[in-house]
Design a protein around this ligand. Structure first.
Ligand code: ZN
Length: 77
């Protein structure tokens, strides 16, 4: 069983869509429980970590930890 790894500020796709129809959620807090915010309507929910790990289908957009690696430095002429 492959486990999806996720990090703070990632946008993930869950197997269960929110009531508003979107299944894209942003991870806004990590801990024993994971707090995620619906990307469509902004509603946030707290999900116990073991349950959340089973709900994650895939990571759609890596969060700031990856974005920080990208530095636009090749602009010297
Ligand atoms: Zn929603």
């Amino acid at each position: 069983m492959a486990q999806v790894s996720f990090h703070l500020d990632d946008v993930v796709q869950l197997k269960k869509p929110h009531a508003c129809g979107s299944n894209q959620w942003r991870v806004i807090r990590m801990g024993m429980d994971i707090r995620v915010k619906c990307e469509a309507c902004g509603h946030s929910v707290l999900i116990p970590r073991p349950r959340f790990e089973r709900l994650v289908r895939k990571v759609l957009h890596p969060g700031s930890s990856v974005a920080a690696e990208m530095n636009s430095s090749s602009t010297d002429s």
